[in-house]
Design a protein. Structure first.
Ligand SMILES: C[S@@+](CC[C@H](N)C(=O)[O-])C[C@H]1O[C@@H](n2cnc3c(N)ncnc32)[C@H](O)[C@@H]1O
Length: 481
């Protein structure tokens, strides 16, 4: 019904009958220096679109070329990460104002429109005139003056659809800003959540519909809504006290003294930060007093519970957040063999171990297809397998768009191979923890039970199923003995 109304209001009519974009796309040269947040956000997104580069990797590569205050840098990150995360919502809004199909709009122009709509609709602290005029001006700066008219028209028409009032519940004319704040539109741009909950949650919260359908079947409406919201917001961080350097209580005290509100977590080493603070500003980081790690990940090491003097294998170890936990649990006595297929990421394990003052870790590069590992057998093995990351979609903004059945099938093949490899190197009386940061049973309990059919002497003796938002990241850990 609404599409008929919107069609009348469509502001950007196709001028030619051609099916191709009006002008062949030419590449837009990346500037020598980035001097505006919005320009940096645009190029970060283009780098992601064209070369599949993560925002954090591009930022690192362009570090010397970024001439911005920390506030502008944060805005560039907020826009670029936010556009990747909320792209389905942004695309739905842009498409509602077009008569031509999306494919006929040049891809970089679409990126620019997404950045503008994100500022206009989601970043409600940015004034409307700034969101519109800065995006239009950026078109000129990118030497695409011909885009200006369309950018201006689309943003202004979406602005006209916005209603000043905020709602507190999901409805066909609202999209979420936070748990109980919803942006309202004059028209019902989305499915009615009562008639089509999966359709609404997919487009208004920006998740692939099959993923939402799966969550609704497993968890029902209320919990799926909570999970979807949780993945779209910034959540509390947890620290893991390095108990070889400082007790958890003393670390909590030091943080409080430094004005960082924090409280004890539920894992024995964990501290919850009550406010979002820049990590580099935290006292004790350089001195190796803590590691940033979610409680659901700390639980994996605690479940394996390696003992001083043991020989332990961490099969998928890089960048070593759990390897270092294992070494801390062993009071740095014994050996943790940390293997991975990525040489660069193995360096990160060594850097982390050195910052935390740990000497019991030995790193070793292995080949992905290799069926031989460092000599064992081992007393304890952690298999923290590569996975869909479905439990940490808030921290990995791009990951939600990669979760498809084919990708899960490929991952479960790798996970099953790694588990067999590990079980073949475990002492008969040894123990193994299989862990992922996914909450999809196909990558977790289903897979583990299936692999154990080949090892009838082994049993799953304990399992942790972490559901995202309840209260931390999602994930799974199974202890095998
Ligand atoms: C979930 S991450 C590990 C995170 C790490 N345990 C931590 O807590 O910091 C999965 C790791 O598996 C590695 N990996 C992928 N395929 C592998 C294979 N065939 N053998 C071993 N490691 C592999 C990846 O390079 C990646 O570092």
């Amino acid at each position: 019904m609404w599409s008929a109304i919107v069609k009348k209001k469509n502001v950007w009519k196709q001028k030619t009958s051609s099916t191709a974009p009006e002008t062949e796309p030419e590449s837009i040269p990346v500037p020598q220096f980035f001097r505006s947040a919005r320009e940096l956000a645009f190029f970060l997104l283009e780098e992601y679109r064209l070369n599949n580069q993560f925002i954090s990797d591009s930022l690192q590569r362009w570090e010397r070329r970024i001439d911005l205050s920390s506030k502008d840098r944060r805005l560039a990150m907020e826009i670029s990460i936010g556009v990747i995360r909320r792209q389905l919502t942004l695309d739905t809004l842009i498409e509602s104002q077009l008569t031509r199909p999306r494919e006929k709009v040049e891809a970089p122009l679409w990126t620019l429109l997404q950045t503008g709509v994100y500022q206009l609709v989601i970043l409600d602290q940015i004034p409307v005139h700034a969101a519109v005029s800065e995006t239009v001006e950026l078109a000129g700066k990118l030497k695409r003056v011909r885009w200006k008219k369309m950018v201006n028209a689309i943003l202004r028409s979406i602005d006209r659809l916005l209603n000043e009032e905020l709602a507190t519940t999901p409805q066909a004319n609202t999209i979420p800003l936070s748990a109980d704040r919803y942006r309202c539109f004059e028209l019902e741009l989305f499915d009615d959540p009562k008639d089509n909950p999966a359709g609404y949650l997919s487009k208004a919260f920006s998740f692939p519909q099959p993923l939402i359908t799966d969550w609704l079947a497993r968890f029902g409406w209320a919990q799926t809504l909570q999970i979807a919201q949780w993945f779209n917001q910034r959540n509390k961080l947890y620290l893991r006290a390095n108990v070889l350097k400082i007790s958890r209580d003393d670390l909590l005290e030091e943080l409080k003294q430094a004005g960082v509100p924090a409280s004890l977590g539920t894992e024995p080493q964990s501290i919850r930060l009550e406010e979002i603070v820049p990590l580099e500003s935290l006292v004790g980081f350089d001195a190796g007093k803590f590691t940033v790690q979610d409680e659901s990940a700390i639980a994996a090491g605690n479940l394996l519970n390696p003992q001083p003097g043991e020989t332990v294998l961490d099969l998928c170890a890089a960048p070593g957040t759990k390897t270092t936990l294992l070494a801390e649990l062993m009071y740095d006595r014994g050996t943790v063999v940390a293997t991975d297929v990525s040489d660069d990421r193995l360096d990160k394990i060594e850097q982390n171990a050195s910052r935390l003052g740990l000497n019991s870790i030995q790193t070793q590069l292995i080949h992905p297809q290799e069926t031989t590992l460092p000599e064992g057998p081992f007393d304890a093995i952690l298999v923290d397998a590569p996975c869909s990351n479905s439990g940490v979609l808030g921290k990995r903004p791009e990951a939600r768009w990669r979760i498809e059945d084919a990708a899960i099938r490929e991952l479960t093949g790798i996970q099953s191979h790694l588990l067999h490899l590990a079980l073949d190197h475990l002492k008969p009386e040894g123990r193994l923890v299989y862990s992922t940061c996914s909450f999809d049973p196909r990558e977790n309990e289903d897979l583990l039970q299936n692999v154990l059919l080949d090892y009838p002497e082994r049993k799953i003796t304990q399992e942790n199923r972490h559901i995202p938002s309840a209260p931390c990241d999602g994930g799974y850990q199974g202890l095998v003995q």
